[in-house]
Design a protein around this ligand. Sequence first.
Ligand SMILES: C[S@@+](CC[C@H](N)C(=O)[O-])C[C@H]1O[C@@H](n2cnc3c(N)ncnc32)[C@H](O)[C@@H]1O
Length: 318
Amino acid sequence: MEVKIICPYTHEELYERPDGLFNNLGINKYRKVNGAYKVAPEENYTDNFGLEWNTFQKTQIDKYNGTSVSRNRFFFETKWQKDSLGSQNILEVGSGAGRFTQIILDHTEAHLYSVDYSNAVEANFKNNGPHERLHLFQASIYELPFEKASFDKVFCFGVLQHTPDVEKSVKCLIEMVKPGGELVVDFYPIKGWYSKLNAKYMLRPITKRINNEYLLRIISKNINWLIKVYKFNKTIGLGFLNRFLPICDIDATFPKEIQHIKEWAILDTFDMFSPAYDNPQRLESVKSWFEIFGMKNVKAEMIEYEKGLVAAVVRGES
Ligand SMILES: C[S@@+](CC[C@H](N)C(=O)[O-])C[C@H]1O[C@@H](n2cnc3c(N)ncnc32)[C@H](O)[C@@H]1O
């Protein structure tokens, strides 16, 4: 069954046309630009992600980098069976450049409604569109342009910690799930008091205020020596010092088989330092919000989806 698209502000029904979303009076409410319906202001707190994903459009997409890291992460974490998704409507919130969009379109027959608040949706369209089962929207998790309880499956990977109010984000996702449907999220976990004791959280108060293009240039210029020091520390048994080095944790973030780590390192280091919000969460808090907002059979666990790569995952049924 078709998903009913609505204006998140007036709640009137909207219809998808090649050049925009129209109401029943034929008025174009939201334009379609470069493959995505624009239901959000062009500039907002996720502009860093727009730059990130349009610069590194293909880097983390399985079909371009030759790995299966996104496919493994998607199916291990959701536990969804490919063959059962055929006639279903899936909502993806915070799709970035579309690494999981690609997995759904290429490995299932599901209809996908994919949303990101930044203009990363344009990178997603270049990677995955046009496609008859893909509907792309630039919209916020807090103002989703869909009737409530519309989706068989909803997932939101790597996004919650980057939203200003994580509890409200969880509530908004749950509202989208049909009775009998499922929601799966993954996010940065708080593991203990030491979780924020590292270069990232020490420097973020400054780096998140730096102009995005400038920050990306600083990181790119310094990445070679940072990688060398990171590796050297590991070789001499001082790997624990790397938490104070202003570079992403290469061994805990990258799939082992990628050859050229420089591009991934710049991407993930920019991803550490540029976001306006970075609020890691306790597994138990997210689990309890799922339950408070009415989800059943809620499971919270750390999942190793690839050797050495672990995610905090919460899953529930409506
Ligand atoms: C770290 S990226 C993850 C992207 C993708 N899921 C992946 O794993 O490659 C986080 C994404 O969340 C999006 N995001 C942040 N706040 C959002 C909001 N309020 N509504 C929708 N998307 C949001 C950002 O624009 C960004 O693309």
